[in-house]
Write a protein that binds this ligand. Structure first.
Ligand SMILES: C[S@@+](CC[C@H](N)C(=O)[O-])C[C@H]1O[C@@H](n2cnc3c(N)ncnc32)[C@H](O)[C@@H]1O
Length: 203
């Protein structure tokens, strides 16, 4: 990253971003999923950042395990979580590279975070994610494509459309959008984005 994650969180705080569309889409679908017990909703927010998606999950009555490798991220979430939601929330300071297991969950959300996993560990974390999500549970999140302007960064992971489809072979793809466009980073720097937006249901 061209600046610290803490600066990234501050930009996000200032701009008051809504929860990610992929998460909102998954939440809507989960409401109508009869096999998911509505009183036992447990989600994992991977790379939770300053918690925009985590808060949306808490408000929707989910128990949430929010994971990020940055202590600033978890501290911000801790400070900003209203008391009524505190019991629903568990925070874990951990990296995708170090995670060895995840509890069973009805939903794993990873908004703009998995591409920051080192490529040597991506297959491992994806396997753990796939195992964690229960049958008929959901994955919502993003992968970066190989045309992304950050794709020369060796510490990040990028995929082709074919590879994304292979990753999702245990899932029914409910929503998939591949977007390539010139744009800006959150701090205003020019960037070419190549992003796969995904909502998928475990078979
Ligand atoms: C672009 S931010 C997205 C934050 C949040 N999901 C959102 O959409 O607002 C990426 C987040 O992933 C976290 N992250 C990056 N690499 C990570 C890794 N290897 N393991 C765990 N978290 C990581 C960063 O600390 C950061 O909070």
């Amino acid at each position: 990253m061209e600046h610290s994650w803490d600066t990234h969180y501050q930009y996000f705080d200032q701009k008051k971003y809504p929860p990610s569309a992929t998460l909102l889409n998954a939440l809507k679908l989960l409401k109508n999923e009869r096999t998911i017990q509505q009183d036992k909703k447990f989600a994992i927010d991977l790379g939770c950042g300053n918690g925009i998606d985590t808060f949306a999950l808490l408000q929707d009555q989910w128990k949430v395990l929010a994971i990020d490798q940055q202590n600033e991220s978890l501290q911000r979430i801790k400070e900003n979580t209203p008391v009524i939601y505190k019991e629903q929330l568990q925070l874990d300071l951990n990296s995708f590279e170090n995670i060895t297991t995840l509890p069973n969950s009805q939903l794993i959300n990873a908004s703009f975070s998995l591409p920051f996993c080192h490529p040597n560990y991506f297959e491992k974390i994806w396997h753990i994610i796939t195992l964690s999500i229960i049958q008929k549970g959901f994955f919502s999140g993003h992968f970066f494509g190989i045309n992304d302007s950050w794709s020369s960064k060796p510490e990040m992971t990028f995929h082709t459309l074919q590879q994304v489809k292979e990753l999702l072979s245990d899932f029914k793809i409910i929503h998939h959008k591949e977007i390539e466009k010139k744009g800006k980073t959150i701090s205003g720097k020019e960037k070419y984005w190549h992003v796969f937006h995904v909502v998928a249901q475990k078979k």
